[in-house]
Design a protein around this ligand. Structure first.
Ligand code: FAD
Ligand code: NAD
Length: 455
């Protein structure tokens, strides 16, 4: 019997623990440490909860200590791992306030990510706090259940009327919508000249930017935040171009891998993530890393990359579990598939945008098409869809796809995800067997038409 210690039991850790226990039963002793009081909080539901689109946070958890223990793990919550002695295979923790050493045969690091805190005057963290609390009151970071609860409590105060969201990425736009739904005045600030720059090309991001503006959000794009000011609480946010009087500042400028425990010993990716192979093995024998603290293999660039998504966290946890328990299993890699829905406008993407593909050195080109989802004679619930397929002009292989519509076109993006993974050419897509029924689509549908129009 070998002892496997898991550090971090959120999405990646929980998937790993459950896979080990479900498939290998009592073959291993599984010991888990997490510094938080709860596990499995779905951050994806945070904006829905804040914006009162769901009745409460209860459904945003899918596991807990009791469930993991019933399956056979020993779980220590509120227990930060402070240090790992990789040579002697020991994890040093603060257990109920006392130092405790746990030995291991194999180690899974699932310590996730922490908010990026840019060097802006006024947004510094209170030192050594696990819940990302800032020194100036009403500067909020959004990662944990506790962070969301705090924002909700503060929003109930009638004098809290104006909110600035810094970062117009996925979290920023989702929260901007949530605050607007609560009738707050919302300013959405990004250094980039538009929103969602990490996922879509400019023609697509402009559609979302217009959607945000149409719904009353003040977009301050292309602005660099210089300071957040106030005596004890937030009173204003100052950028290089404007000053906004606000009562709350929500920081959503991205996350960085939490590599504190292994950064001295393990090989790291450019952004500090633990560099892992397709079996989730780090550079240190017997040590695996999963989820947001680790790299993924990105099929679109055919190299390691950092793509922090719950979907990747879960899959990497499963892969690590099998390898740690003795069954060799390689990840098939990812395409970074993602989606968003803001005031009913839905956008989905996978693989590389045209801009990113060019930056990655591909001779990349695009083919686009816009049409109604269904034939024009379908007079109700029939929306415009815009699609862009990015492909390599030399090999004709599909590199990426973006779609936008009020229609739910999300299932279509999975096919492009597979196409990138399997290196399908744009010409194969043009003749793909796509069924037709007026309730769903058109005979000459936009996927076929975009592929047929490829030069
Ligand atoms: C607001 C928000 C919305 C999101 N929406 C989506 C979405 O719609 N779709 C999507 O795919 N992804 C989404 N994400 C990203 C997704 O939540 C992350 O990719 C995912 O949480 C990564 O899971 P993880 O288990 O690797 O890391 P984390 O969730 O960061 O968990 C790490 C765990 O490790 C523990 N830990 C860290 N250090 C220690 C230590 N020293 N000792 C003990 N325990 C430790 C922490 O307490 C935590 O429980 C969202 C994220 C946020 C914040
Ligand atoms: N729907 C989804 O799939 C979903 C939803 C939420 C979060 N997530 C994932 O969670 C992770 C974190 O999301 P996120 O929104 O924090 O990151 P993000 O990378 O999506 O967006 C960060 C944004 O902050 C901006 N930015 C960076 N530094 C800045 C600065 N100093 N001032 C102003 N703007 C600045 C960037 O230009 C970017 O637009 C991502 O990996 C994301 O994909 C996914």
């Amino acid at each position: 019997m070998s002892k496997i210690v898991v550090v971090g039991a959120n999405h990646a850790g929980t998937a790993c623990i459950n896979t080990m226990l479900a498939n290998y039963g009592k073959e291993n002793e599984v010991v888990v440490f997490d510094q938080n009081s709860n596990i499995s909080f779905l951050g994806c539901g945070m904006a829905l909860w804040i914006g009162q689109q769901i009745s409460g946070p209860e459904g945003l958890f899918y596991s807990d200590k009791d469930q993991l223990e019933a399956a056979g793990a020993k779980v220590h919550m509120n227990t930060p791992v402070q240090y790992i002695d990789f040579e002697n295979k020991e994890v040093h923790v603060l257990l109920e306030g006392k130092e405790h050493i746990e030995s291991y045969d194999k180690l899974i690091l699932a310590t996730g990510s922490i908010p990026i805190i840019p060097p802006i005057k006024g947004i510094e963290l209170v030192k050594d706090n696990l819940e990302f609390k800032a020194t100036l009151e009403n500067v909020q970071f959004v990662k944990l259940y506790q962070n969301a609860q705090e924002v909700i409590d503060k929003l109930e105060r009638p004098d809290l009327k104006r909110v600035a969201v810094v970062g117009a990425g996925y979290i920023g736009v989702e929260l901007a919508e949530a605050f607007k739904r609560l009738n707050k005045e919302v300013i959405l600030i990004d250094v980039a000249d538009t929103c969602l720059v990490n996922y879509y090309d400019h023609d697509f991001t402009e559609i979302m930017a217009q959607n945000l503006k149409d719904n009353g959000i003040h977009c301050a794009f292309g602005q660099t935040v210089k300071a957040v000011e106030g005596t004890t609480k937030v009173e204003r946010i100052v950028t290089d171009k404007e000053t906004f009087d606000v009562d709350m500042v929500v920081m959503a400028v991205g996350f960085r891998p939490n590599n504190t425990l292994g950064k001295e010993k393990l090989e790291l990716f450019t952004n500090g993530a633990y560099l892992v192979n397709k079996k989730q093995q780090t550079s240190y024998d017997g040590v695996y890393a999963v989820g947001d603290c680790a790299t993924v293999y990105d099929n679109a660039i055919e190299a390691s990359n950092y793509i922090a998504l719950a979907t990747n966290a879960v899959r990497s946890g499963i892969v690590a579990a099998h390898n740690a328990c003795g069954t060799e299993l390689e990840s098939i890699g990812v395409q970074g598939s993602n989606g968003i829905c803001i005031f009913d406008l839905k956008m989905v993407s996978t693989g590389l945008t045209l801009e990113k593909a060019k930056r990655a050195g591909y001779n990349a080109v695009e083919t686009s098409f816009s049409d109604l989802q269904k034939p024009a004679f379908m007079e109700h619930d029939n929306y415009e869809v815009k699609i862009k397929i990015v492909y390599d002009a030399d090999t004709r292989v599909v590199l990426g796809c973006q779609m936008v519509s009020k229609e739910d076109v999300s299932m279509g993006i999975h096919m492009f995800s597979l196409a990138i993974q399997e290196k399908v050419t744009i010409d194969r897509l043009a003749l793909l067997d796509i069924f037709f029924l007026p309730h769903f689509n058109q005979p000459y549908n936009y996927i076929t038409m975009a592929a047929l129009s490829a030069k």
